[in-house]
Design a protein around this ligand. Sequence first.
Ligand SMILES: [Zn+2]
Length: 107
Amino acid sequence: MPTARTKANRKYNEKAYDRIPVTVPKGDKEKIKAFAEKEGLSVNAFVNMAINKQMPQKPIIEAWNPARCPSCGEDLSESLGDGYYKHWYGKRVCDCGQKLNWEEEVT
Ligand SMILES: [Zn+2]
């Protein structure tokens, strides 16, 4: 019999999250779990991180600053001096594995 708290948690989770069942070859679940634990992550956190790194994200671009990776914060520009930076628009993947999307959205 679920407690009131368990019921409340389920109700919240149903509202706040979507679930994606993932099928992997037999034995891979344990490999994935072991790798995630080595990285200090839950399987859920690891899978979310892996998905988000594969989906290109916009670099963080602020005036008079180097562009930065939205995942790890690493600089994605070289300084030209006097506060100017040349952004590495050709860099499609940060060293952390995050795919990058440099394109400006047309509004
Ligand atoms: Zn990065």
